[in-house]
Design a protein around this ligand. Structure first.
Ligand code: PMP
Length: 406
């Protein structure tokens, strides 16, 4: 049994006390973005009130305080992922992180005849950058398909990873299905065959202890706003040898050692990839968010969310005409569903009027929805600060909405 007082934990999140349309908010859109604990909001506020200055430039006191806090956040994030902090590039989020790998690592290396494997369940952020690389290099994209429950077809994946494959891009956890992919096993397989691996950790880092070193990938990307941190923050972890070999993606201040009109020498990694003034306050907030999750314990977070998921799944199972999309055994608390005769957008709109926030649509995963033959789903995604009472409130709201929809 967990010794954590989850009611107390919930009270750390000021936004969760608000009402929407006169009803208490039930925020079940955590896969989209997570809410922020007061400590994160206060850290951002404190930066602007007390030591707002640019990083790595000024020698004055404020400049050093800002730089120390910013680099301190990098070290905290490195501890969270069990990686070296000089292998962690701070950037605006997963989308930037994956594009950095696409432009700086893949573009110079891939050529006609090469293959990039992506899974059917990828977010567009882990598909479109590879298509851009393929268009420019003549490489082709190959899809690793799923089993109907939304887990990866591991036999098919094994066969797909043939001698032409240079890169495998795979989600750690699906943002639509909640499927937790066995990334350690997958990366081991790829590594044995000399295939580089990019793991999209956007939906994993907020919900479980992630040991990137143990996964054994080449690149790991995540986004800060889903980890209770501010928007516009995230990171790419990459093996040192890759960071050293990769050319910079963007040029400008901060990423150089010396500039003359004859040429420029670049800063060492990771700063070589951090051109321009970063989102300093955002990263300081993200560092506090990482500390917050670590102090709760990510194993505790995962166990709590597993309990909520079990309860929620059981309740949804009682609803006539409700179809769950994604029923893999290893699953995070992301639940996509459809109800016979109801459009997902209508469901989400009417649920909103009951104070319930869920997402409807294609969740930036068009190829996945095509596989299931559906135009849109409703997605309820839970976090540790959600409650069993909110699940009951959701079910009551759903009953009402279904009655309204006839
Ligand atoms: N990958 C996955 C699995 C996601 O869920 C998301 C966010 N929805 C992204 C990538 C993109 O993250 P961001 O928009 O923060 O760059």
């Amino acid at each position: 049994m967990s010794s954590i007082d989850w009611t107390q934990v919930r009270s750390d999140f000021p936004l969760l006390t608000r009402q929407v349309h006169g009803k208490p908010l039930v925020y079940f859109d955590n896969a989209n973005t997570a809410q922020k604990p007061a400590a994160v909001i206060e850290a951002v506020d404190d930066f602007y009130r007390r030591y707002n200055a640019n990083v790595s430039r000024a020698v004055h006191a404020l400049g050093s305080e800002a730089t120390d806090a910013y680099e301190g956040a990098r070290a905290t994030l490195a501890r969270l992922l069990n990686v070296r902090s000089d292998e962690l590039v701070l950037c605006s989020g997963t989308t930037f992180a994956i594009n950095l790998v696409a432009y700086s690592w893949a573009l110079p290396r891939l050529a006609a005849g090469d293959v990039i494997v992506v899974s059917r369940m990828e977010h567009h952020a882990n598909i479109v950058p590879w298509q851009l690389v393929a268009q420019r290099t003549g490489a082709t994209i190959r899809v690793a398909e799923l089993l109907p429950d939304g887990s990866l077809d591991m036999d098919a994946l094994g066969k797909a990873l043939d001698g032409r494959v240079k890169l495998l891009a795979i989600a750690h956890v699906s943002n639509v299905l909640g499927t937790i992919n066995p990334v350690r096993e997958i990366c081991k397989l790829a590594r044995k065959r000399g295939i580089a691996t990019v793991v999209d950790g956007s939906q994993a880092v907020p919900h479980m202890a992630v040991d990137v070193a143990a996964i054994g990938c080449d690149f790991y990307a995540f986004t800060g706003h889903k980890v209770c941190g501010p928007t516009g923050t995230g990171a790419l972890w990459a093996r040192r040898e890759h960071l050293q070999a990769m050319p910079p993606f963007l040029g400008g201040g901060e990423m150089i050692k010396e500039v003359s009109f004859e040429g420029t020498t670049f800063n060492d990694a990771p700063h070589k990839f951090e051109a321009g003034t970063p989102n300093i306050a955002g990263f300081i907030g993200l560092g506090v968010a990482a500390d917050y999750l670590t102090s709760l314990g990510l194993d505790q977070v995962q166990a709590r969310e597993a309990q909520l998921l079990a309860h929620f799944t059981e309740e949804l199972g009682k609803v006539d005409g409700l179809r769950l999309i994604g029923t893999a055994k290893d699953k995070a608390a992301v639940v996509s569903f459809l109800i016979d005769g109801a459009h997902a957008h209508d469901l989400a709109t009417l649920l909103d009027l009951e104070g319930v926030a869920v997402r409807s649509g294609q969740h930036c995963a068009h190829p996945l929805l095509q596989y299931y033959g559906v135009a849109a789903t409703c997605r309820a995604s839970l976090a540790f600060y959600n409650t069993h009472e909110e699940i009951e409130a959701f079910m009551a709201a759903l009953t009402k909405v279904r009655r309204l929809l006839g």
